[in-house]
Write a protein that binds this ligand. Sequence first.
Ligand SMILES: CC[C@H](C(=O)O)C(=O)SCCNC(=O)CCNC(=O)[C@H](O)C(C)(C)COP(=O)(O)OP(=O)(O)OC[C@H]1O[C@@H](n2cnc3c(N)ncnc32)[C@H](O)[C@@H]1OP(=O)(O)O
Ligand SMILES: [Co+2]
Length: 134
Amino acid sequence: MLGRVNHIAIAVPILDEAAAIYRDTLGAKVSEPQTLAEHGVTVIFVELPNTKIELLEPLDEASPIAAFLERNPSGGIHHICYETPDIASAAEKLRASGARILGDGKPKIGAHGKPVLFLHPKDFNGTLIELEEV
Ligand SMILES: CC[C@H](C(=O)O)C(=O)SCCNC(=O)CCNC(=O)[C@H](O)C(C)(C)COP(=O)(O)OP(=O)(O)OC[C@H]1O[C@@H](n2cnc3c(N)ncnc32)[C@H](O)[C@@H]1OP(=O)(O)O
Ligand SMILES: [Co+2]
């Protein structure tokens, strides 16, 4: 079911400041901001040799990451995204195992234009998992 780590996401209070740290202090290549209205966030990707860092800023208080940032005002690691070759079959196996798929349980299109799903952190050692079909 699991392929490569596609990205590790960090929720941040101020996206431009977080991107400047990666670009100017850490010398990494960062993308332009991408607003994902359907997901309630604006994202910037930090390109690394073996994976990406996804910097996430909430669009508004209704954002799914707003409560996380209230609990962690300076930001924090938010989720890990694993690649999967077949998200429908992964969802079927996960449901059969009793794992909770968040939202309406149907894949949505993510930042890379691919179908993604999120799994409840309480079912996976307190870690929010995103699956992206690649
Ligand atoms: C898809 C576009 C883009 C991409 O990569 O392409 C993205 O990644 S968009 C990312 C933003 N979207 C999401 O994160 C969608 C899935 N997330 C959610 O639905 C919520 O964040 C949810 C339900 C995981 C948590 O929401 P909230 O904090 O408002 O809910 P609760 O207070 O009920 O939390 C329940 C329980 O889980 C703990 N929690 C919450 N967030 C996390 C987290 N990121 N990692 C670990 N644990 C988390 C929270 O503390 C609660 O625990 P408890 O012990 O009950 O207090
Ligand atoms: Co993500």
